[in-house]
Design a protein around this ligand. Structure first.
Ligand SMILES: C[S@@+](CC[C@H](N)C(=O)[O-])C[C@H]1O[C@@H](n2cnc3c(N)ncnc32)[C@H](O)[C@@H]1O
Ligand SMILES: [Zn+2]
Length: 274
């Protein structure tokens, strides 16, 4: 079997949310019949409109452009050179503080990492949790943790599947941070928790930006056109997103100040599923 049974049990079709069955090397939706490839052990579960060519929706086109720039940035900088080693030291330092802040070494149950990249965070997780990563550009390693190709806005997992959801440095890369949060709420168990690690812009930009601020219905502001991000977020944006969704939201700052950690518990609703 190419997909572990416990993973198959969590998966749903990203288009119609029906369970998937495995037939040979592909997965098939039990409702709409769409077939999904499994490449290097990674089920390819992008929604249909993102799986083939240019997406029809302009907002998703903007996202796809940013994702291309992220890929290019990775090629240029994560190449083992001096700059990449410097970045990795920063990332490792922030991740270590995040793990301590959210007590992830003691995490239990089934855990989803939204925007997992190469799933580096697994090195810090305790043995009591079962990890699944999802990313539109997953970087699997042989024998590494299970990953799925997909997007946060249309998570290919069934409702209430996860005890804990993590998302590190990812909300600002998503096409829609509120859409991703709605999906996280859908797949989170009622007693589950969300831990966010996020690069944030300095306070005061709202005042400087004046009328360009999108306002609370769409937290954040558009990233510059040449950026690998889609949205720039600050701490009030994160609170605007998370406070209506969770009873308890605790914010901590990394020592270097540009990254924050948010632990959120007690979800108030199941997500709109948009
Ligand atoms: C800066 S990287 C962070 C990777 C990893 N979490 C880490 O901390 O090393 C941002 C990740 O978000 C992913 N991403 C971009 N758009 C996404 C979306 N709509 N849903 C989920 N992940 C997305 C990218 O492919 C990328 O792997
Ligand atoms: Zn389907």
């Amino acid at each position: 079997m190419s997909v572990p049974a416990y993973l198959l049990d969590l998966l749903v079709c990203p288009d119609c949310r029906a369970p998937l069955g495995e037939a040979g090397a592909t997965l098939t939706c039990s409702q709409c019949g769409r077939q999904f490839a499994v490449a290097d052990g990674v089920p390819e579960l992008l929604p249909a409109e993102l799986a083939a060519g240019t997406p029809p929706d302009p907002a998703w086109q903007t996202w796809a452009g940013a994702l291309d720039r992220l890929l290019e940035w990775r090629r240029r900088t994560w190449n083992g050179g001096e700059t990449s080693q410097m970045y990795q030291r920063v990332v490792r330092g922030v991740q270590a503080e995040f793990v301590a802040h959210c007590q992830l070494a003691r995490a239990r149950g089934t855990l989803l990492d939204v925007g997992c990249g190469s799933a580096d965070i697994t090195a810090a997780l305790g043995p009591e949790c079962r990890y699944v990563g999802v990313d539109p550009l997953p970087l699997p390693s042989p024998g590494g943790p299970p990953m799925v190709r997909g997007v946060g806005e249309r998570l290919p997992f069934r409702e209430a599947a996860f005890d804990l959801v993590l998302t590190l440095e990812t909300l600002d890369h998503c096409q829609s941070p509120p859409g991703t949060l709605a999906e996280i709420l859908r797949v989170l168990k009622p007693g589950g928790a969300l831990c966010v690690e996020q690069y944030v812009t300095a306070p005061g930009w709202r005042e400087r930006l004046g009328r360009w601020w999108r306002g609370p219905s769409a937290p954040g502001r558009p990233a510059p056109a040449d950026s690998p991000k889609v949205t720039l977020l600050d701490v009030p944006d994160l609170l605007t997103l998370l406070r209506p969704a969770f009873a308890e939201v605790v914010v901590g700052r990394a020592t270097q100040g540009s990254h924050v950690f948010v632990a959120a518990r007690g979800k108030r609703h199941g997500g709109s599923g948009t």
